[in-house]
Structures are given as structure tokens and as C-alpha cells.
Design a protein around this ligand. Structure first.
Ligand SMILES: *Cc1c(COP(=O)(O)O)cnc(C)c1O
Length: 390
């Protein structure tokens, strides 16, 4: 008999009752150090007092009212994202996939309006992940996720990550845009080099293509800058973000320059729930903290500390771990042993992580992580790696 929950997830045995900062706690009172963060979502940890206050205060006033009305919190959050990024305009949705979908729509609309309706194809990279809708699955081109859901949405070409020559060779008169994750998350935690990201900008400009960054996972402070592409000193034309933006409240955003966003006039796109007052209250509260002086510098410091410790760990246990990799607090341990089992053992020992492609265990602590919690995580990692027997 089919379970009442459609069985699309291979769930583990744990159920949590509450969270406190970097910890999740079961009904029986066992506490786990959370380096999963709901897959890079609970950016400010669990039950952050400032976010709880913002959400509950808004909950007493107004939950939802439709985008046919002015929503002041939406304007404020958009203004703050614009002031702190390359973008001139923002659309709020509910998830990462929706933000990427809108990015793809913006690309088509831009070329249609500028006299090139034949330009509709998007070049994306092998090993990427862009969401689970039909178009975002096609964008990533991961056969494992597409299987059984054919026909694949048309309009996507794929090239190896980090290979600018292959990218140039894939451009045709139909090419409209390049879509890239500045740090591949799901696919195995692979940061793009600054050289590759700068090269993408040059190629896009040379051929009149739009550059779209999927920062659903790498954005919102995860790498120690508000957006990961800032490290490379390049800007995209369009950007999708989501996960960390609501620190656990569902919200996504598509950011664009005026040149691209200007064609999205009334009626061209919409979302019933997108940008509702609850989501906007939380998103603004998240930015209160992330944009405060020193917050992102502290993320960078903790990230370098953790990364150094993981490099040491990988050197200490070469039969278990191949390497540490990633950017900021979007980190991965490439395993020699089966990564799923390594993650299971970490969980049994009290440390929650997330799997990724390429036999990698992802470490995604909340951005508020403290040095003593990094020590605690490393003690568990050392115990599990050190005690490994197949
Ligand atoms: C998670 C993720 C998505 C999809 O986000 P959803 O909120 O699950 O739809 C898209 N792109 C990247 C890079 C992601 O990590």
C-alpha cells in the first residue's frame, strides 16, 4: 500500500521537535549539531529570536493579501536587495525552482523584445542542479532526475563545468543565455574558479548572451559575501536565490538588471503566494542580521577556520577522505568510503550533514556557527573517520 506521504524521499529515522541555534532536538531530548541546515536554508540557525519576533508580530497583523495590493514589506526587501547587489529589480516567489523558472522566462522575454525571438536556448553545465520543475530539470540535464519524465523541455544545451572552450563551441545563433551555479551544490560542491566566472561574462558580452547565476544555494551569505559571484568581481544579468533568504520561511527571489527586467510589465508573470507579508517580514529580518556590520566578515572567518580543519582531517585519514572542497560555509568532504554510510555514521554520532553527488558529504552549518561548535563537529568527524572499518 502506498504510504500517505508520497514516497519521494529516502528519509532517515529522526524526527525533531525543536531547534535552538545550531542544534536540532528530538522529542526524546537528544540534541544534534545541525550541519545540514535544512539543505542550506536555516541560515541564521533555528528559532533565532529576531526572526521569531518578526514572524509573530507580522502574524498578528496580516498574513496574506494578494499582489493586487501594495505590500510595503516587499518593496523594502526589494530595495535592500537592490542596494546590496548588481540588480535593479526583484520578483519574489516561494522557492528556488520558481526563481530559476522566472530567470529562464526573463531570458526568453528579453531576446523576444530585442528582436531575436530565435534566441531561446540556454547553455548550462554538467553536474548542475536547478530545481525539480520540468524546465529546471531540463536546464540541469541530470538524466537520473529526468528519467521517466520525458519529453524533456526543449531549449537547453550542456557543457562541462569550468571549460570555456567547450562553452564557446556550444554557442549557436539560437543561444540566449548561460546559466551557471557559481558554486555547484547538489552536484558535488564544486566552486567555479574566478577565471571561469569572469570568462563567462566575457563570452556573454561578446555574443550578446545573458548571464544567469543560480545562487539559490550559494547566495544569501553562504560564502561570506551576500552572493558568491562577488568573490570573482563579475556580475550577472539575472540571479535566482532562495534557500537562505527566509532562514526556513519559504521564499525565493529573482533579481535582474533594468536592461533585462524592463520587459516584465503587468500581466507577464505572477505568483499567488509570492512575496506575501509573512515571507517579507522574515526576509527583512534576515537581512537586518546579514547586512549588519561585520556579519559576513565573521562568516568568512568561521568558514576559513572550518575549511582549514577539514583539510587537516582529510590529510589525516586519506583512506577515508579524498579531500575537502567548497566555498565559504558551502563545504564538502569528498569521500573514499561510501559517502552515504559516512553521513549515516556522522548522524549516529550526533552530526547532521547532507549528501551530494560525486560521493560527497556536504557540510552546511548555519552562518551563526561558533568556534566551539566547529570544534564539536570536528571531534565527531575525527571519531567517525578514525574509527572507520568497512
Ligand atoms: C535547491 C536548489 C534549487 C531548487 O530550489 P527549491 O526551493 O527546492 O525549488 C535550485 N537551484 C539550486 C542551485 C539549488 O541548490
Amino acid at each position: 500500500m502506498i504510504p500517505v506521504l508520497m514516497p519521494t524521499y529516502a528519509r532517515n529515522e529522526l524526527a525533531f521537535e525543536r531547534g535552538e541555534g545550531a542544534y536540532l532536538i528530538t522529542a526524546e531530548g537528544r540534541s544534534y549539531l545541525d550541519f545540514a541546515s535544512g539543505v542550506a536554508v536555516t541560515s541564521l540557525g533555528h528559532a533565532h529570536p529576531h526572526l521569531v519576533a518578526a514572524l509573530t508580530e507580522q502574524a498578528k497583523k496580516l498574513w496574506h493579501c494578494s499582489n493586487m495590493f501594495q505590500i510595503p514589506g516587499q518593496t523594502r526587501l526589494a530595495e535592500r536587495l537592490v542596494a546590496n547587489s548588481f540588480a535593479d529589480t526583484v520578483f519574489f516567489g516561494n522557492s528556488g525552482a520558481e526563481a530559476v523558472e522566472l530567470a529562464l522566462k526573463l531570458v526568453r522575454k528579453y531576446h523576444d523584445e530585442t528582436g531575436h525571438p530565435e534566441r531561446y536556448r540556454v547553455i548550462a553545465c554538467n553536474g548542475s542542479f536547478h530545481g525539480r520543475t520540468l524546465a529546471t530539470l531540463a536546464a540541469a540535464g541530470n538524466e537520473k532526475y529526468l528519467k521517466g519524465f520525458e519529453p524533456v523541455v526543449d531549449g537547453f544545451d550542456h557543457v562541462p563545468f569550468e571549460n570555456l572552450n567547450a562553452l564557446r563551441a556550444a554557442i549557436t545563433p539560437q543561444t540566449a543565455a548561460i546559466l551557471v551555479e557559481p558554486v555547484q551544490g547538489e552536484g558535488g560542491v564544486r566552486p567555479a574558479s574566478p577565471h571561469f566566472l569572469r570568462g563567462l561574462r566575457e563570452v556573454a558580452d561578446e555574443f550578446g548572451l545573458l548571464l544567469v547565476f543560480d545562487e539559490v544555494q550559494s547566495g544569501m551569505g553562504r560564502t561570506g559575501k551576500l552572493f558568491a559571484h562577488e568573490w570573482a568581481g563579475v556580475t550577472p544579468d539575472v540571479l535566482a536565490t532562495a534557500k537562505g533568504l527566509g532562514s526556513g520561511f519559504p521564499v525565493g527571489a529573482c533579481l535582474a538588471t533594468e536592461r533585462v527586467g524592463c520587459f516584465m510589465t503587468a500581466g507577464t508573470h505572477g505568483s499567488t503566494f509570492g512575496g506575501n507579508p509573512l515571507a517579507m517580514a522574515v526576509g527583512n529580518a534576515v537581512l537586518d542580521i546579514m547586512l549588519a556590520d561585520g556579519f559576513l566578515d565573521r562568516v568568512d572567518r568561521m568558514a576559513r577556520l572550518l575549511r582549514g580543519r577539514l583539510d587537516e582531517l582529510a590529510r589525516k585519514y586519506p583512506a577515508v577522505l579524498a579531500e575537502a572542497r567548497g566555498a565559504g560555509l558551502l563545504l564538502g568532504l569528498k569521500c573514499v568510503v561510501p559517502s552515504v554510510e559516512f553521513g549515516d555514521r556522522l548522524r549516529h554520532a550526533g552530526l547532521l550533514t547532507v549528501g551530494a553527488g560525486d560521493n560527497v558529504v556536504r557540510l552546511l552549518p548555519p552562518l551563526i556557527i561558533e568556534e566551539k561548535q566547529i570544534d564539536e563537529a570536528l571531534a565527531i568527524l575525527d571519531e567517525v573517520a578514525g574509527g572507520w572499518s568497512a
